[in-house]
Design a protein around this ligand. Sequence first.
Ligand SMILES: C[S@@+](CC[C@H](N)C(=O)[O-])C[C@H]1O[C@@H](n2cnc3c(N)ncnc32)[C@H](O)[C@@H]1O
Length: 238
Amino acid sequence: MLHMILLECALELVPSEISALKQIQKHAARRGKKPIEILLDQSHHGREMTRLENGLQRGRPDIVFFSLMSLLETPLCKSGNLTIHLHLQDGRIIEVNPEVRLPRNYDRFVGLLEQLFTKGQVPVDGTPLLHFTRKSLPALISDLKKGGSEAQSMLAIENGQRTPIDSLRSILPLDVSVPLIFGVGAFPHGDFSEDLKKLFDTQIELDREVMMAWHVCAEILWMYSSRIGVIHSRYSSV
Ligand SMILES: C[S@@+](CC[C@H](N)C(=O)[O-])C[C@H]1O[C@@H](n2cnc3c(N)ncnc32)[C@H](O)[C@@H]1O
């Protein structure tokens, strides 16, 4: 089972420090919302974000959008062997129901996420497709490892252990019952904290240059799918 965690996601509502600024007020008014009800987004609020601490690392919901697009509705996901969590920069965790069909349109995705942040889950009633959990990142990782004595956790990181794509395939567990937890950063700039790095057993580099988070997600997903033979087993089950 592959457990993907998108780490330090650049995903949050406009923080109160900049919500009164004119450009942000105008953007929110155009969208018919209050400033603190809209997602912080570099492409709309870039100038205002220079006033924020760690502004360069924040306000990129598109990274989460493209990463989710590369993971959801894939054969691995449909086979029931994938879970996805979003770890936010304030430490909160969002659980993504693998059965969710997200909007393909980015503006509609943003609207859905704004609803999630203001209501705590979407849809508001019934089985949640996206919801905030009460877990911390260390608790989540240790929960995901439960039930598999050989569970592995890996962090995709530049400057980790050099792991070209064929080597990656060979180090992944063959047995689908072994939990494999993979962390990928979903922020535009900067590095992981030392404390976060320590939560993972292994740190691996997949290319000598920086890759887009969604390419890293896709590489891991397809290598794991190939390793456990998910596509073959889906054909043989019909
Ligand atoms: C765009 S990077 C994040 C920030 C990066 N330090 C920068 O300055 O652009 C997104 C994430 O993809 C993963 N990643 C990017 N390049 C990688 C590589 N060459 N090997 C392994 N993981 C990589 C890491 O998890 C990283 O946090």
